[in-house]
Design a protein around this ligand. Sequence first.
Ligand code: GLV
Ligand code: GLV
Length: 321
Amino acid sequence: MDKRIVVSRVVPESALDVLREVGDVHVCPQDRPLTAPELREAVRGAHAIVTMLHDRVDAELVEAAGPQLEVVANVAVGYDNVDVPAVTGRGVTVTNTPGVLVDATADLTIGLLLMATRRLGEGERLLRSRRPWTFHLGFMLGAGLQGKTLGIVGLGDIGQAVARRARAFGMDIAYTGRRRVAADVEAELDARFLTKDELLRTADVVSLHCPLTEQTRHLIDEAALAAMKPTAFLINTSRGPVVDEGALAKALHEHRIGGAALDVFEREPEVEPALLDLDNVVVVPHLGSATTETRTAMAELAARNAAAVLSGREPLNPVRS
Ligand code: GLV
Ligand code: GLV
């Protein structure tokens, strides 16, 4: 009997082709995230599940699938949606998609950085409102980047790619994280390692590139926002819950920081309503990896991971707890 492969959401055809070589592929037809009961029903009897970042993968889901389940291939680099110990503890392999989305996410981060510091969303809204305007020297002034400090939280692959781009804009790089990166990376980026507190106090732009874990949940809370310069910007393309969104909305409302740009939200797809009324925040709907090339590469990589496990080979990107 063919192995059953359940894909929780529509993915590019090229990824399905990879999966069809090793099993019987079932793509959930609903054009929305499934509820937990729907997902449990859909995965019954699966040998492999291909999941999205909005799917909660836990002990209950693995048990609903059954003892034949071999692999959960998450189509994302982040895997905070997966209870890794619970899944791997039941003998099921978990994989993610690192590498392929680094450039797209770094590009988007720079896009948000420019949107926030140069007030691009605000300017667009002004023109679309059809209100009159004229050029003058004090009109809609933003903040320049040259000589400013970009403070990166989490100098992994994406953080480094952002740092490289920011260097081309003439920014200085500081970073914080669980540990220092390799000396040659620090040297290439001329990056200074700081404590989180030092970074928050000195950076002109704080950009988040850490995974969501129990240690990073609400890393940016009321106290962290209070430590930031009143002119500093916060960029988040990591995971929403790394920021206390209510505290951020309050800080922005009171103009206690310069502004923010967010690609991810604490209760995605919901956005804190207070944010939507503010001009000093840019909000976009989780577009970090959203290029045709990158999303295709992510789906294909997840498919190759699932196919490897189903064929008895080592996966390319195993996640260990
Ligand atoms: C996207 O947010 C990812 O983790 O791949
Ligand atoms: C601005 O548009 C300039 O020409 O200086």
